[in-house]
Design a protein around this ligand. Structure first.
Ligand code: ADP
Length: 495
């Protein structure tokens, strides 16, 4: 199959979050399965400085954006370690900026215009590059207009008639909402500005647009696909998602098992596999304690946290229970994160108050993240919602037992310990339902007690380490979904 992946982020050309990792890894896995993927991305400043060579293709084009006509160029790079082409859309007025979507905590005021341009450029690129495409895989609100342009305008042209479109929602909280006059920028008829299509409480909503016009929709875990159809998790879009539920599914993201591999990870003090985990982890734990200034103790459990400090991640719940855990138990904590200034302050103060129990690093550090995954015994993720989540998957691979809230991808990947799941050999962590300090507290007590039972703990570690969360597994599911989506377009009666 020939798949064009339209995304506003792809590693290493542009990254602010998990979307970039997905769009960097999935195409490589698709190519390994014998398909022909290509990626198209805006030419942000990051793209010119990321060290990848970009070949000018000598292709210039113009795009109507409202009453203006904007010029663009196409360049071609490759995804690292592969032959997968990355088409970069150059338009310096829009993309040659400090940030991807904003600066200093403020979104760029012309974001709608920037992604109108990019979405149309995706469709124009197919014609200009004479690409044969079976399916466009659009991602998140930045490319929400791609399925709309395809359905409303481009499918009238023979080259596009057989092009199907899948739209992936990576996080429903980010919807790309703009005031209604931005509808003029899209060039689409006002008749589409209605509550069944592009309008959402008086505003233009690009995520909703993608959901409405795509042939198929997916999210990054099966549980999240269910959850977003409810008022609690749907961020207002549960109605339209329920309406489209026949074509909505969830596919878990994979992890990059070359980067996240305790047997080869260059950031670690010692390397280990499932066979050598107890010795290897003990050395990594001691090194982590040393690095973060915690007492070097092998006999107490060490809990790790790596996270954006945001309400979504439930770190305020952790902050609620930390004083009692630090005062009344010997458990140690290493916390790495950035985000909400209030939480940063709170966690830093707690670490200062309990230096023997809590180490807190405010900032973003990939090497330290690797060392926490390897050195911690358990990994705490009490997210209020979690479309997929990656850290629990890294933790499983590193023999670090996850303690998670049962939501989204966390619910799909972590099997809570009980008699039955232990007997079945499926237990790989601890989970709880309510987003309350009490629920987390109780679950941590269960984890703490289990840590004192090496036979059970070792079973959890072994089960997690032997599971397959690689991209090749996820890519196979995407192939099946692409095929079903193409069938749906070419023979609409097909399931
Ligand atoms: P989200 O994309 O919602 O932030 P995920 O769990 O899907 O959450 O992915 C987050 C990724 O970012 C993981 O790879 C995690 O290790 C990394 N990460 C988050 N915060 C930090 C940090 N402060 N330092 C290093 N890595 C971080």
């Amino acid at each position: 199959m020939r798949i064009l992946i339209a995304t506003s982020e792809v590693v290493p050309y542009a990254k602010t979050g998990g979307l970039a990792d997905v769009c960097g890894a999935l195409p490589v896995a698709l190519a390994q399965l014998g398909h022909q993927p290509a990626v198209i991305v805006p030419g942000y400043r990051q793209a010119w400085s990321c060290g990848m060579s970009l070949e000018p293709l000598g292709i210039d084009f113009v795009i109507p954006v409202g009453s203006k006509t904007m010029a663009g160029h196409l360049l071609r790079g490759r995804l690292p370690g592969s032959e997968v082409p990355v088409y970069v859309v150059r338009q310096d007025e829009y993309y040659d900026r400090e940030g991807l979507y904003g600066e200093g905590g403020k979104d760029y005021s012309d974001n709608c215009e920037r992604f109108v341009f990019f979405s149309r450029a995706v469709l124009e690129a197919i014609r200009l590059l004479e690409l044969e495409v079976d399916l466009i895989h659009a991602n998140d609100w930045q490319t929400g207009l791609v399925p709309a342009y395809l359905k409303i305008e481009y499918q009238k042209v023979p080259r596009y008639r057989q092009v199907a479109c899948l739209f992936t929602i990576h996080n429903i909280a980010y919807q790309g909402q703009f005031w209604h006059w931005d509808m003029l920028l899209t060039g689409l008829d006002w008749r589409h500005f209605n509550w069944h299509q592009m309008e959402f409480f008086g505003k233009l909503n690009l995520l909703k647009t993608g959901i409405v016009f795509a042939d198929s929709i997916n999210t990054v875990s099966p549980r999240y696909a269910e959850e977003i159809q409810t008022p609690q998790f749907g961020a207002g879009l549960h109605g339209v998602l329920q309406y489209r539920r026949d074509v909505l599914c969830g596919i878990l993201n994979g992890i990059d098992t070359t980067v996240w591999n305790p047997a080869t990870d260059p950031h670690l003090a010692a390397h280990y596999t499932a066979e050598t985990v107890s010795q290897g982890k003990a050395r990594c734990k001691a090194a982590l304690q040393e690095e973060t200034g915690l007492p070097r103790r092998s006999d107490v459990p060490l809990a790790g946290i790596i996270s954006r400090l945001d309400r979504q991640k439930g770190l305020d719940i952790v902050a609620d229970i930390l004083p009692h855990w630090a005062a009344d138990s010997d458990m140690q904590w290493v916390i790495l994160g950035t985000g909400d200034p209030k939480l940063q302050r709170q966690l830093t103060q707690l670490a200062a108050r309990y230096p023997k129990r809590i180490a807190c690093r405010i900032g973003f550090s990939d090497p330290l993240a690797h060392r926490i995954e390897a050195g911690a015994d358990l990994f705490v993720m009490p997210s209020r919602y979690e479309p997929c989540g990656l850290n629990q998957l890294y933790s499983l691979r590193y023999g670090t037992v996850p303690v998670v809230r049962q939501t989204g991808g966390l619910a799909d990947t972590i099997v809570d310990v009980n008699q039955e799941t232990l007997a079945l050999g499926t237990a790989n962590g601890f989970s709880f339902r309510e987003d309350t300090p009490q629920a987390l507290d109780e679950t941590l007590h269960r984890a703490y007690d289990t840590y004192r039972r090496p036979d059970i703990w070792s079973q959890l570690v072994q089960t997690g380490m032997r599971q397959d969360w690689s991209w090749s597994r996820s890519a196979k599911e995407y192939v099946t979904l692409y095929e079903a989506t193409i069938r749906r377009l070419t023979s609409p009666e097909a399931p």
